[in-house]
Ligand binder design. Sequence first.
Ligand code: ARG
Length: 459
Amino acid sequence: MKLWGGRFKREADAEFARFNSSFAFDRRLIEADIEGSLAHAEALAAAGILSEEEARRIAWGLNEIRRQARADKSYLDSREAEDVHSFVEAQLIAAIGEPGYKLHTGRSRNDQVATDLRFFLRSEIDATDELIRDVQRALIELAEANPDCVIPGYTHLQRAQPILFAHYVLAYFEMLKRDRERFTQVRARVNQLPLGAGALAGTGFPLDRESIARRLGFEGVCENSVDAVSDRDFVVEFIGAAAIAMMHLSRLAEDLIVYSTAEFGFIELSDAVSTGSSLMPQKKNPDSLELIRGKSGRVFGHHAAMLATMKGLPLAYNKDMQEDKEALFDTIDTLAGSLKVMATVLRNVKVDCEKTRASASSGYSNATDLADYLVRKGMEFRKAHELVGQLVMHAIEHGKALEEIDLEKYATFSELFADDLYDSIKLESSLSSKQAAGGTSPESVRQAMSKARSEIDRG
Ligand code: ARG
């Protein structure tokens, strides 16, 4: 059944009809569509447009469609439809006859589809939040399992300063915390009701939009009917937040890929999240992480696609906007899949703390601590930096570490050097000196870990 045959003399071209149909993918909104229709029917009854009996039969029919859709996957293939909204309406009329023809009173597919999408997205955001939280939990578990492990911190992927492994891991915990905040903020803007906006001008029937909103769990109603049916900023925003989350996952993936190489040898991924090579028998590849890194590109693409789709559209509704669904659905699925696999990977990481410690102890990562030592003895930092730079050059030329240079030699660089310099450039001193808030001192990191743990246990 078509919803708009009256003013047409000819059937649509078959190729165009297929091109026009969104039912292959928007059937995913069927539960949301039925919920929305149940609420709309109640509002029509409250306004005296449907009799109690008609409203009751419509509710029965809609519930029946939902039951069948849940019970039988092939039910949704039982009829061709332009979209999920036409499908449900047609099934309703087939099931209950006359009152079914009244359901669409005072409603357009324009306010209907916006309502469905927002209703659907709201619970997807809740599911996303749970999945991010589980990755955060896996991060804390990894930090807690390796509380004393030291790694080299990098800038430019060159050894910079030693940090606790737990401190490094908690950096990602913070990023994911902001991702969750972003989704919560997007959710508040998603959770406004378009229904009652009609095609664009508002509905000509006295529907109580506030009570429809309450019935469907929306926080409020969209204030302007033209805006309600014409914007998809909430889709762009959701994909934007997803893109940022994927960017974070991708960086974590990249780190772990690099750390798992033989050249680094910092971590080992278990067989459960690795694959082999069809040609080279010795290979064990981090495909799980590479796919997460790779899939981030898809989500960035959906974000760009949605902005491009929306940018030139005159108000109000345009069919271009049907393109929102595949971008949104694929974003939801890609992000969910990546989050689940990331949590699993993190639970399958073994850290070689001896290896990371050896690496953190070499490469002159304690040069900054030596400069800080001179500053504490009274030298200006810029001068200390220059002097330690010369010391490092001297050490490199003699194939020595800073701790292997004897005090007499140090004295030729500055009379401020004394025997206590050797303590100050030890790995442990380097770490414990970073006591200011947010730094890598063992005490600060211990506190950060327990704060993170209680945040995650709280919810
Ligand atoms: N399938 C359409 C979409 O996803 C539903 C709205 C159609 N409205 C219209 N006036 N053609 O956007």
